[in-house]
Write a protein that binds this ligand. Structure first.
Ligand SMILES: C[S@@+](CC[C@H](N)C(=O)[O-])C[C@H]1O[C@@H](n2cnc3c(N)ncnc32)[C@H](O)[C@@H]1O
Length: 429
């Protein structure tokens, strides 16, 4: 029996994600190049859908399969089959079952065909699980987030908010984009709406051929509204100097360059492949006057003294605010990661702060929802650095927290979860 190209691609992508800790955002465009628009749409829905419901599917699979140690290919084909049976109305049950069985055969696991066939044929209706230990377990399985993360968020936000947040992570978000430095200022597109939080950010419910062509031509850039909010909060005086410390792939520095024609941005990153990518992104968006530097911001950076009017530290982080766009991330992050990363973030922030001029501005941001990577890093920095003071980030008041930082959340703001702190080096005279 023939396997549809969409299911075959989704199966291969899901295997790679699990085997190699690969990312769907990288693999989907690679695989989808070879697919028709229809297959592309199905492959997309299957891949992201299975990732978003993986623990829910696995809870059933673990009960139904006798063997605890299922072969990965068999496991993935079961997830794909169950997801189609329970979550996709338009897929005929026989296609979902037969093609999953065939995928097992193609993966040379023919001995498991009978079991896969039997499990899928019995699983007609999406189950209501009644055997879950407690509320945390219920949220964890129903929203498919690891228990430790749900527990952590429940301590931080309460159980009800956590359930809403975790469910928001499983929804398709509106697409957000902005014009690049290359675009005519009056370029506009029908069917889009302006963001109420970020000037210059536009939202649209689905991709259109015109938007896709404008993106390919480097006229517009798709970037989450939360990420655009961070760059919009960066304050640079006319003709001032600006450093983006952790800049690749360059979403924020290219936005800053498009907004501030008088500024010559300097942008750096630790990895050569990421600085190359950063350069490509700057070029494709028409940012010609900029410098790209490779360094380790935890140790030494190739700048002398307090060289910059404005510095952005968009630090490496767990990325828990972006799970909506990167559904597999929830399975990759480990409980110790936020605390571990916070040490690195503080080292980078301290090091970068040395480069800020008197009266200059320092923005610290992450796309993490975790306090260890946000508030705690900045509180510790402020406690040790009396030459800096906290100022309110330039974002709408609705995003400002009681402590004077800014936070966004997918369930509350409809954008990725970002943390922003704005600091200013106090003038000595
Ligand atoms: C959150 S991403 C930055 C995203 C970027 N600002 C944007 O808007 O596109 C963090 C970046 O920090 C870089 N990074 C990690 N450790 C670093 C270090 N020690 N020094 C410099 N860059 C580092 C990573 O390679 C990654 O590209």
């Amino acid at each position: 029996m023939k396997i549809s190209p969409a299911r075959s691609a989704a199966f291969d992508i899901l295997l790679k994600i699990e085997r190699d800790r690969a990312f769907s955002s990288i693999l989907l465009p690679e695989y989808e190049k070879q697919l028709t628009p229809r297959d592309r749409a199905l492959c997309h829905r299957l891949t992201l859908g299975v990732l978003r419901r993986q623990l829910f599917l696995d809870h059933y699979i673990n009960g139904a399969a006798r063997s605890k140690n299922l072969d990965l290919a068999v496991h993935v084909s079961l997830r794909l089959g169950l997801f189609q049976l329970w979550f996709l109305d338009k897929v005929p049950a026989h296609s979902a079952v037969n093609e999953s069985v065939e995928l097992v055969h193609r993966a040379k696991k023919s001995s498991a065909r009978t079991m896969v066939n039997a499990i899928l044929r019995r699983a007609k209706q999406k189950p209501e699980y009644s055997n879950l230990a407690d509320e945390i377990e219920r949220i964890s399985i129903e929203s498919s987030h690891p228990r430790w993360l749900i527990e952590k968020w429940a301590n931080q936000f309460g159980a009800d908010e956590t359930a809403r947040l975790a469910e928001a992570n499983n929804t398709e978000s509106a697409l957000s984009f902005r014009l690049t430095a290359r675009a005519p200022a009056d370029l506009s597109f029908a069917g889009t709406r302006p963001s109420s939080s970020v000037p210059g950010c536009f939202l649209v419910d689905k991709m259109t051929p015109k938007l896709s062509a404008a993106s390919a031509d480097g006229l517009i850039y798709f970037q989450d509204e939360g990420s655009q909010l961070v760059a919009a909060a960066v304050d640079i005086p006319f003709g001032g100097s600006f450093l983006d410390v952790c800049a690749s792939p360059g979403s924020k520095v290219t936005q800053i360059a498009a907004l501030n024609a008088s500024v010559f941005p300097v942008a750096g990153d630790i990895y050569s492949h990421r600085t190359r990518f950063l350069l490509e992104n700057l070029r494709s968006q028409g940012v010609t006057d900029a410098a790209v530097v490779q360094y380790d911001a935890e140790t030494t950076m190739p700048f002398r003294g307090k060289a910059f009017d404005s510095v952005l530290v968009d630090a490496p982080c767990t990325g828990t605010g972006t799970i909506r766009h990167n559904p597999e991330l929830r399975y990759f992050i480990r409980p110790g990661d936020p605390a571990e990363l916070s040490k690195k973030q503080l080292r980078i922030l301290k090091n970068a702060s040395n480069l800020v001029k008197e009266g200059g501005s320092l923005i610290y941001s992450t796309c993490s929802l975790e306090v260890e990577e946000g508030e705690q890093v900045v509180d510790e920095f402020i406690a040790a650095e009396s030459s800096f003071r906290l100022v309110q980030p330039s974002v709408p008041a609705s995003h400002i927290t009681e402590a004077g930082y800014a936070r966004t959340r997918p369930d509350i703001d409809g954008m990725d979860g970002f943390f922003i702190a704005a600091l200013e080096r106090i003038r000595q005279s």
